[in-house]
Design a protein around this ligand. Structure first.
Ligand code: RIB
Length: 292
């Protein structure tokens, strides 16, 4: 099977700071690094590193040629990424504090310029049983989810950055929803429904240091997956890594419990690394780390 990822591609500028800046505060960074990022690109790299076959659907500007090359080097099929000369690639300014917490500002750039034609052309070569994943950093999410559902793909929605209206719009087409605990509460409050009444069979709620829980509505089960304790260096991209490995595992035919275990190990290892797409671990790193 294969994974199709309609997702953002960002140029990430990460700044190491003593603490996250408050309103009106000017801070001097102790380190700066630029790399490949964006929730979408991070997930594509994680899927590839988790041994999944992934095509990224997205767009970059003239300044983003290197991000496409890098995705290709990392094993992602980049033929459905458009280059829009004269436009700016999406970028993110990320402050990373000593305790690993972050604060992110994103500028969408070309992530908001993806056309229905581009999405349709890419998905026209998908097969039933493939997976579509999308997040909330590009336009075209609803169109992609509708088309993918019609074509018999499994649709995964990672509800980040969270926006209740965006989630509500795609809900009828989603098979697996991934979101964090705060987002889950916000969604339930916005829709006035429990997670188990959303009409989605599988929901994974990430709980940070407490692991994750998987709700399978048709079986009426809720399974808790424990976190793996690590000392955080940088939490940026850990959620994307978790979701990417989860999707890669499911697409390779692993049962949900096994895919969740792999995703948990990948996410934990990612938290110990500084950076985003460029430092996402692969299966060998995970095996070597033997995190428990
Ligand atoms: O989830 C981390 C990502 O959020 C970063 O790579 C940044 O680009 C923003 O999209």
């Amino acid at each position: 099977m294969a994974v199709w990822n309609l997702g953002s591609i960002n140029i990430d500028n990460a700044y190491r700071v003593p603490h996250l800046p408050g309103p009106g505060e000017t801070l001097s960074a102790t380190a700066h690094q630029q790399g490949l990022g964006g929730k979408g690109a991070n997930m594509s790299v994680a899927i590839a590193r988790g041994a999944g076959r992934v095509t990224h659907i997205g767009a970059v500007g003239g300044d983003g040629a290197w991000t496409v090359e890098r995705l290709m080097e990392y094993g992602v099929d980049t033929r459905s990424i458009a280059t829009m000369r004269g436009e700016a690639t999406g970028h993110a300014n990320i402050a990373v504090a000593e305790d690993g917490e972050n604060q992110i500002i994103i500028y969408p750039g070309t992530n908001g310029m993806i056309t229905e034609e581009m999405i349709g052309a890419a998905l026209s070569t998908a097969s039933p049983g493939d997976t579509l994943v999308t997040q909330n950093e590009t336009n075209g999410q609803l169109y992609a989810a509708q088309i993918a559902k019609q074509l018999g793909l499994r649709v995964v929605y990672a509800a980040a950055p969270f926006d209740a209206a965006a989630v509500e719009a795609v809900l009828p087409f989603v098979d697996l929803l991934v979101l964090n605990e705060v987002e889950a509460e916000q969604l339930q409050a916005a829709l006035g429904k429990d997670l188990s009444d959303l009409g989605i069979d599988d929901i994974v709620v990430t709980l940070g240091g407490d692991g994750s829980r998987w709700i399978n509505v048709s079986a009426g089960t809720e399974t808790h997956v424990s976190a793996i304790p690590v000392t955080p260096v940088d939490t940026t991209g850990a959620g994307d890594t978790f979701t990417g490995f989860l999707i890669a595992g499911l697409d390779r035919g692993l049962p949900m419990a096994q895919a969740l275990s792999l995703a948990t190990q990948a996410g934990a290892l990612m938290v110990t690394r500084l950076g985003t797409a460029d430092v996402i671990p692969d299966l060998k790193d995970i095996e070597d780390a033997r995190l428990t």
